[in-house]
Design a protein around this ligand. Structure first.
Ligand SMILES: Cc1cc2nc3c(=O)[nH]c(=O)nc-3n(C[C@H](O)[C@H](O)[C@H](O)COP(=O)(O)OP(=O)(O)OC[C@H]3O[C@@H](n4cnc5c(N)ncnc54)[C@H](O)[C@@H]3O)c2cc1C
Length: 339
């Protein structure tokens, strides 16, 4: 079996959940770690700009990509170690994230069940430190393995060295553009500690006799299916913007004008605001913007109404950013990776 597959002039329409049309000069799919190294040593890698693409559920292509799109399709899940109350389990970067969560839940290994149904690959899970329903993957990552692109050297980073924070990591900052993550290990609990504080989740769990990792997964799937647009029907990449984190003084100054403004006090004294609420206040819920629009239930999600170009979606995002800036003097940061 060929471990490196190269396609020229490849269509990316089905490889991004926004379903925007774009072409890559080369699309390279690699299914084992040794071949990643081999490919990095090739003229094709040396002579072209490189972008790593997982499931394409957090990227927006604003045009064709005149270089190599590298897709790590490395598979395999293995048990690295097992203790009395925990396991360390490792997944190839190309494993589908939700299939991996399902595998862990079936084994009754707890921790990541709240992250059920997030699209994409395990390899991308550390990049923006995926999170949902009160849980962030950084609390369950043990080690991230991969290769530095320029140096062509392997790396193995422990979670404490990944500089994880809210939707951020070393892979989105210092190491951006210079790493291929090949495998990620997660430390999960054999005696689960449930995280059910999130109000929607607490409410949904009332429909189940007991709280188990399997029932939390089911509840999360129900909530997400009812609330979020399915990218297969309406192209989108989930939340387009991050929730802004402001100083206490900044949030205090807004409070008299917006007494109902949701806010969440962070451990370091800063305050996280709701990007969805800010966008909604600017009149953007369910509003069209050419062939793009904000979702009618969740304005943080920009959807492709059909046939929108990446540029059109990007322009829409910029208009939203401008509205929020004019209204609240807060700059919304894009969560989606613009290519
Ligand atoms: C409907 C919907 C709901 C979503 N809900 C959530 C949510 O609740 N919480 C959340 O956090 N996110 C959410 N997302 C965003 C997205 O699912 C996650 O960011 C996911 O981790 C992206 O995985 P991916 O494989 O598709 O990555 P891609 O979109 O392909 O890539 C994302 C970034 O990671 C880099 N990357 C990917 N793989 C690798 C690798 N192996 N090595 C190095 N770099 C790599 C890429 O270069 C890019 O910069 C949602 C998206 C959608 C469409």
């Amino acid at each position: 079996m060929n471990m490196i597959e190269i396609q020229e002039n490849a269509e990316l329409f089905d490889r991004n959940t926004f379903h925007v049309a774009a072409k890559a000069r080369y699309f390279v799919e690699i299914s084992d770690i040794d071949s990643v190294n081999e490919f990095l040593a090739s003229d094709l890698a040396a002579g072209n700009s490189l972008f790593i693409l997982g499931g394409g559920s957090n990227v927006l292509f604003t045009g064709d990509f005149d270089g190599v799109i590298l897709h790590p399709a490395i598979k395999g899940i293995d048990l690295v170690s097992e203790g009395v109350d925990h396991v360390v389990v490792r997944a190839g970067a190309g494993e589908n994230w939700d299939d991996f969560v399902d595998y862990c839940v079936r084994n009754n290994w707890g921790g990541i069940e709240n992250l059920s149904l997030i699209p994409g690959t395990t390899g991308a899970s550390p990049v923006q430190n995926i999170g949902a329903y009160g849980v962030e993957v950084m609390d369950f990552i043990d080690t991230v393995e991969g290769l530095y692109i320029k140096e062509r050297k392997p790396f193995k980073l422990k979670a404490k060295d990944c500089r994880f924070s809210y939707r951020n990591s070393i892979f989105k900052t210092e190491l951006k553009g210079n790493v291929i993550i090949t495998r990620v290990s997660y430390r999960l609990r054999k005696k689960p500690l449930f995280n059910t504080r999130y109000p929607d989740l607490e409410k949904e769990l009332n429909n189940y006799d007991e709280t188990t990792v399997a029932n939390i997964r089911k509840a999360i799937i129900t909530i997400r299916t009812n609330k979020l647009p399915d990218p297969a029907e309406q192209g989108n990449a989930g939340s387009f913007f991050k929730n802004p984190v402001v100083t206490k003084a900044q949030s205090e100054s807004l409070k008299p004008f917006y007494p109902t403004m949701p806010e969440y006090n962070m451990k370091d004294g800063s305050v996280k605001l709701s990007a969805a609420w800010l966008i909604d206040q600017c009149g953007w819920k369910g509003r069209s913007c050419g062939k793009a629009a904000t979702h009618k239930k969740q304005p943080l999600i920009i959807i492709n109404r059909g046939g929108a170009s990446g540029k059109e979606i990007y322009d829409c995002a910029q208009k939203i950013q401008k509205s929020v800036m004019n209204h609240f003097a807060i700059r919304l940061e894009m969560e989606v990776n613009i290519v």
